[in-house]
Design a protein around this ligand. Structure first.
Ligand SMILES: [Zn+2]
Length: 180
C-alpha cells in the first residue's frame, strides 16, 4: 500500500504535504493515458507538457532550457522530473546550458520537496535507454523521488498506472508555491 504519512513525521514542515497524501484521499482511478510516445511525431509527452498550462501539465517550474514536472505515474508521493525542452535521448547530447540548468533544477527540486514534505532522503537519477529501464527513452528526464523513513510500503509497480488527478494538482500547487 501507499505511504502512511502519519507514521512518518519528519523534519521540516510536512503538514500540508501530509494532508495532501493522507491515505483516505488515495482513491485511485485507472490511468489511461500512460505516455508511450518515442518522438515528437509520435506524441512524445515531454514535448507536449510544456505547451499545456502549469495546472494541466503538472508543471512545477519552467526554466530557460529545462522544466520541472510532477510524474503522473509516481513511484512515491511528490515524484518530480526535470526535463529538457529539447527532445534528446542521451545525456551526452545535452549542451552546456542544459547540463547547468538540469543540475540547478535538480537541486531546487530537492529543496522544494524537503521544505514542502519534510522528505528525509531522495533517489535522484536517470535511466538512459530502454535496457536501463527508461519508460520514455527517447527524451531523457531526471527523476527526483523523495523518501521517508518507513516508506518501505513503497508504491507497488502496479500502482504506477493509477493516479488521483486532484491529488496531483494539489501537490503541484504546493510545490510550485514552495519553489518560489
Ligand atoms: Zn520529446
Amino acid at each position: 500500500m501507499l505511504l502512511d504519512m502519519h507514521d512518518q513525521a519528519g523534519a521540516g514542515e510536512p503538514d500540508n504535504f501530509q494532508r495532501l497524501w493522507t491515505p483516505h484521499r488515495m482513491a485511485y482511478i485507472k490511468g489511461e493515458n500512460k505516455p508511450t510516445g518515442s518522438g515528437p511525431e509520435d506524441g512524445c509527452p515531454f514535448d507536449a507538457i510544456p505547451k499545456m498550462s502549469d495546472e494541466d501539465g503538472l508543471v512545477v517550474a519552467r526554466g530557460e532550457v529545462v522544466y520541472a514536472v510532477l510524474n503522473l505515474y509516481p513511484y512515491n508521493s511528490g515524484h518530480l522530473m526535470v526535463v529538457p525542452y529539447r527532445h534528446v535521448s542521451d545525456y551526452d547530447e545535452l549542451d552546456g546550458a542544459e547540463l547547468c540548468e538540469l543540475g540547478e533544477f535538480t537541486q531546487r527540486s530537492v529543496r522544494a520537496l524537503r521544505a514542502a514534505s519534510g522528505a528525509q532522503g531522495f533517489n535522484v537519477g536517470m535511466n538512459l535507454g530502454h535496457v536501463a529501464g527508461a519508460g520514455i527513452a527517447a527524451h531523457l528526464h531526471q527523476h527526483i523521488v523523495p523518501r521517508w523513513g518507513g516508506d518501505t510500503n513503497f508504491m507497488p509497480v502496479v500502482a504506477q498506472t493509477k493516479v488521483l488527478p486532484q491529488l496531483l494538482r494539489d501537490t503541484r500547487q504546493l510545490l510550485a508555491d514552495t519553489w518560489r
